[in-house]
Design a protein around this ligand. Structure first.
Ligand SMILES: [Zn+2]
Ligand SMILES: [Zn+2]
Length: 270
């Protein structure tokens, strides 16, 4: 009896501690209040109902460019494109496939000025990078993929810079948005042919300060990888030692057409 009572007291005390330490939150996705039961990034950001939609993709993708396989539990294996030619970066990290709730969250951050959404995405990427670089040499600097100044003016905020803050903090490295810049406005990649994609090469300029540095390049969504490739090549040509890439989401050919950027109802991405 006494032990049952003390276990009930312990349980109540633990609940009170959780309440005090973690506190009641509002889910970043559905805005309903919930009580985080753990302190990991997903448990702290999303209610138990929404959390499964934000699980990290653990299998069924290309290790070089993140291209998702049709089956989520397929082995991690190179895609046809990467077997033909490897991308210019070393490691490619992504949280999930650009569809469903993750896509909604990214669109909210990007087009509706949803700072809470961008911070949440940043914290998810911070957790991902923190785990990844515990086992390998961390980058010297974090560079958010630059928006063209005209886009920045349109939107009023740079979604990559906002997402990069928690990542830089988690890795204890500087965020340097002055080391890479746009030289021309971007157009939606889905509308480009091969020759036009090649011209994207002139999209970026890089500072000589990148010489000898291991760089982590951050973007919100990777579609064809053409823009990220150009940015990585530009940094490497300017003398960077290596470039890794981290993105919140990778588009998939297997998503419903409406969820693909530049097709059907999908909004164009830079
Ligand atoms: Zn929720
Ligand atoms: Zn690939």
């Amino acid at each position: 009896m006494l032990s049952r009572l003390s276990s009930a007291v312990r349980q109540a005390a633990s609940l009170v501690t959780q309440f005090c330490v973690l506190g009641e939150r509002r889910c970043v996705s559905c805005h309903e209040p919930f009580l985080p039961e753990k302190s990991d990034a997903l448990s702290a950001l999303f209610c138990p109902r929404c959390r499964p939609s934000f699980r990290r993709r653990e299998a069924g993708y290309c290790p070089y460019c993140g291209e998702p396989s049709a089956l989520e539990d397929a082995p991690i294996a190179p895609c046809g494109e990467c077997l033909r030619k490897l991308p210019p970066w070393n490691d490619f990290l992504f949280h999930g496939v650009y569809e469903g709730a993750l896509r909604e969250l990214i669109l909210r951050g990007k087009f509706s000025g949803g700072l809470d959404a961008l911070e949440a995405l940043g914290r998810m990427l911070a957790a991902l990078c923190h785990e990844h670089y515990a086992a390998t040499l961390p980058p010297h600097v974090l560079i958010p993929l630059p928006l063209h100044p005209s886009r920045l003016k349109e939107r009023g905020l740079d979604q990559c810079v906002e997402m990069a803050r928690p990542v830089a903090q988690a890795l204890s490295i500087p965020m340097r948005s002055d080391m890479l810049w746009r030289t021309a406005a971007s157009v939606p990649q889905a509308t480009l042919d091969r020759a036009e994609r090649k011209r994207l090469r002139q999209l970026f300029g890089a500072s000589a300060e990148v010489r000898g540095l291991r760089i982590l390049l951050l973007d919100d969504v990777c579609t064809t990888g053409a823009t990220l490739s150009r940015a990585a090549e530009c940094l490497l040509e300017a003398g960077a030692l290596s470039v890794d890439v981290v993105v919140a989401a990778r588009t998939s050919l297997h998503s419903p057409p409406a969820e693909r950027p530049g097709k059907g109802g999908g909004r164009a991405l830079p």
